[in-house]
Design a protein around this ligand. Structure first.
Ligand code: 13P
Length: 337
């Protein structure tokens, strides 16, 4: 059982993460992921380039106006900016909370296409160091794959159990867990199939969170939106995405959940903004609906930066524009580019 003081602190942090007009930047790409992005753009893959790229994002003027928190990768939480401050301090000095990705990626269940997430072993021992380094929230991503005959109930259940175990360990040391059960948007399925799979997934996740005794008021949910799979070639309108997603949430999400921060999952930058905006245009909900985008906040900025110091200011401008547009979308006030 969590003591009342810990619960109150978790709730305060969770509410700050979804403060009105703010959302989260997911900058927690693993080595494999960020290096692949660099290679694609011809950016030399070095530790210092990863550091410089994150410094470019975190020192963007006005970041604290639109971004409540940034999810960091293990390497980044230990790095310094060129002025000697830690990158965590750079964020904190702009009023931005630092978070840490604590999962270690996914591994296949046998030779199936389904996965579980690595990193639970030893997690309890790793968390106090992240607290000392300044992390106030964490992220764990479970992946649910749609395909022929999948997801199976057992894969959904195992991922839900892992998310609950992770969330409880975080809360015990005062870290707000971002619980991310990502139903992938890649296959040829309809929007209805995405809805049904997301329903099975979220039901299992909240059952396991409750079974484990996780304080719902001290966590944030990071789900996918309800969209047709990319390979279907069908693109739903923002209004269709908003309706399907919020109707499902109204059935499943507990009223004391402070907020939902969506992943972008391969949607374009503008799609991700327009879809979030359409949800918030439907009115207000018991939980805040905000963003925790990786690609949809960074894609254009990374391309423009391209590893060159002379591009820092223009890349920052592009990043802040996306942050600003998504900030408007959290209020249902986005009117286009
Ligand atoms: P995308 O917004 O690029 O999907 O990334 C968000 C994230 O953190 C996935 O774990």
């Amino acid at each position: 059982m969590l003591i009342d003081e810990t619960r109150a602190k978790l709730k305060e942090t969770a509410l700050a993460m979804v403060a009105p007009s703010k959302g989260i930047l997911a900058a927690d790409e693993s080595f494999g992921n960020i290096n692949k992005k660099f290679e694609k753009l011809g950016i030399p893959v070095t530790e210092d380039n990863r550091r410089a790229y994150r410094e470019m994002l975190f020192t963007a003027p006005d970041i604290g106006k639109y971004i409540s928190g940034v999810i960091l990768f293990d390497e980044t939480i230990r790095q310094n900016a060129s002025d000697g401050r830690t990158l965590v301090k750079v964020l904190n000095d702009s009023g931005v909370i630092a978070g840490i990705k604590v999962d270690e990626g996914v591994e296949k269940i046998g030779d199936t296409a389904e996965t579980v997430t690595k990193g639970l072993e030893g997690l309890k021992a790793r968390l106090p160091e992240y607290v000392a380094l300044g992390a106030r929230f964490a992220k764990w991503r479970g992946v649910i794959t749609i395909g022929e005959g999948i997801p199976t109930d057992s894969a959904i259940r195992e991922n839900a159990k892992q998310l609950a175990s992770y969330a409880l360990l975080c809360q015990e040391v005062g870290i707000v867990p971002i619980v991310e059960p990502e139903v992938l948007m890649d296959w040829s399925n309809t929007q209805e199939v995405c809805r049904a799979v997301t329903e099975r997934t979220l039901k299992a996740v909240f059952e396991e969170l409750n079974n484990a005794g996780v304080a719902i008021e001290g966590m944030i949910l990071k789900p996918n939106m309800i969209v047709p799979g990319k390979e279907s070639g069908v693109v739903a309108t923002p209004e269709e995405v908003a309706k399907a997603t919020t109707e499902l949430f109204k059935q499943i999400l507990p009223l004391n959940l402070p907020g939902v921060v969506f992943l972008s999952g391969g949607q374009s930058e503008i799609e991700a903004t327009a879809n979030l905006d359409a949800m918030n245009k439907l009115g207000s909900f018991p939980w805040k609906l905000s963003f925790s985008y990786g690609r949809a906040l960074q894609a254009s900025a990374l391309k423009l930066w391209a590893g060159k110091a002379e591009n820092v200011a223009s890349a920052q401008e592009v990043f802040i524009k996306r942050a600003h547009m998504n900030s408007l979308a959290t209020l249902g006030q986005y009117t286009g580019e």
